[in-house]
Design a binder for this molecule. Structure first.
Ligand code: XIL
Length: 394
């Protein structure tokens, strides 16, 4: 039977009854046997107004939408990742959430050029290494994000101010990619080699590498990565190509050209920073387009913004939370249906709990958004439930 979330009537009654039943619920839960099944899907409940034991359990767990007996990493055949920040790995709740539900790590910033290569002749890997260690200790695979983010603001000032010939810049590109990829050989299983190189109109975005090496920098980056580690999977990563258009066309052209030239591009990362009201049909079409070209497909940075205003007082309503859960479910389901199993590189969320989201750290002046699977106190949200239900085929 196909399950959906509790419908509105149920939810209303559930909410109004919840407060009064909280004390009872706690007692009830304490008495339950250890053989409890996971929460019963909404449409398997008998009537709209009767609260099931599972509902009481939800109340007792104060709003967690975890499913007993299931974790994200246990349900899906492909890796479930989260982008992390080194410093946060020491926080118990953050670390525990990662260990319980995830089996891949990406990094928000610690693998980027500015972080690993802050001066011309100096590489700093301490933070990235700490992430690699956490991944290894917890049997997680590691995705490297990213070698070349094609935007000047993401490059260190020494590089932007460097005076040199094209050949000098070519050497810098090669040295950087070779050093970083070699350092993580055997630890990183896939790299975003080039990130965000193509504009919506299908042209290359301006940046230091384009100015110094022309469009060839794109192919050189993949070639150098391949030479440094022939076994690692190499990805082109971008946002917005899930809507198709000139951007997706250009990316597909670049992939085809690389293939003709014997330059390896194994996969495409769809960042998927998205919003609740997005239409999944277009997304599915473009996931399929990438898969049809033989590429591995990674949803590499997903989050779903629910925010339509900047007000600091903005709160996540139940309706929006449910809409967000349904959207996560639809996107994950679309991914599973449109990308053949062998090409499913996995799905990575950009952060863990809502407070980690870059949407809440001043990005585009945003704040008070709720884009991720876990709340700010790391309770599984309806977003989590939607995600996992896609994996359970509900
Ligand atoms: C963001 C990080 O989340 C921020 O913490 C950092 O300040 C800027 O970069 N697309 C990408 C990611 O490819 O690298 C970006 O990460 C988010 C958008």
């Amino acid at each position: 039977m196909k399950a959906t979330y509790l419908n509105k009537t149920t939810k209303f009654n559930f909410k109004s009854a919840a407060l009064g039943l909280l004390v009872f619920a706690t007692t009830f839960t304490a008495c339950k046997s250890s053989t409890d099944e996971d929460l019963i899907p909404a449409d398997e409940q008998q009537t709209e107004t009767v609260m099931s034991a599972s509902d009481l359990n939800e109340v007792a767990e104060a709003g967690s939408f975890h499913l007993k007996n299931y974790t994200l990493k246990g349900v899906f055949d492909f890796p479930i990742g989260a982008a992390v920040v080194k410093e946060r790995l020491e926080e118990p709740l953050y670390a525990a959430t990662l260990k319980k539900d995830f089996n891949r790590l990406s990094s928000e910033s610690n693998f980027k050029f500015k972080s690993t290569h802050p001066e011309k002749d100096k590489y700093t890997f301490a933070k990235a290494d700490a992430i690699a260690k956490f991944a290894q200790e917890n049997k997680m695979v590691l995705h490297g994000h990213c070698l070349i983010w094609a935007k000047d603001g993401t490059m260190p000032s020494w590089l932007l101010n460097y005076k040199g010939t094209s050949a000098d810049f070519d050497k810098l590109l090669k040295d950087h990619i070779t050093t970083v990829v070699s350092h993580f050989k055997g630890q990183v299983t896939s790299w975003d080699v080039v990130n965000e190189a193509i504009a919506d109109n299908g042209t290359f975005k301006d940046n230091i590498w384009l100015r110094k090496l022309g469009e060839e920098y794109f192919f050189k980056a993949f070639k150098y990565a391949q030479q440094a580690d022939p076994n690692v999977k190499l990805f082109y990563n971008d946002y917005g190509q899930e809507f198709g258009g000139k951007k997706m066309r250009k990316i597909m052209e670049l992939v085809a050209t690389a293939k003709q030239r014997g330059i390896k591009i194994d996969g495409m990362g769809f960042q998927m920073h998205t919003v609740v009201r997005i239409d999944v049909n277009k997304i599915n079409t473009n996931l399929k387009l990438a898969a049809d070209a033989g590429l591995l497909v990674h949803i590499s940075e997903i989050d779903i913004s629910v925010k339509y205003q900047k007000a600091k007082t903005f709160v996540l309503t139940d309706d929006l939370a449910m809409e967000q859960g349904n959207k996560f479910k639809a996107i994950v389901k679309g991914y599973m249906e449109n990308v053949p199993k062998k090409q499913q590189w996995g799905i990575t969320t950009w952060g863990v709990g809502d407070k980690d989201s870059f949407f809440n750290k001043g990005y585009k002046n945003s704040d008070h958004d709720y884009p991720l699977l876990f709340s700010k106190d790391y309770k599984a949200k309806r977003a989590y439930r939607g995600f996992i239900e896609a994996g359970l085929g509900r």
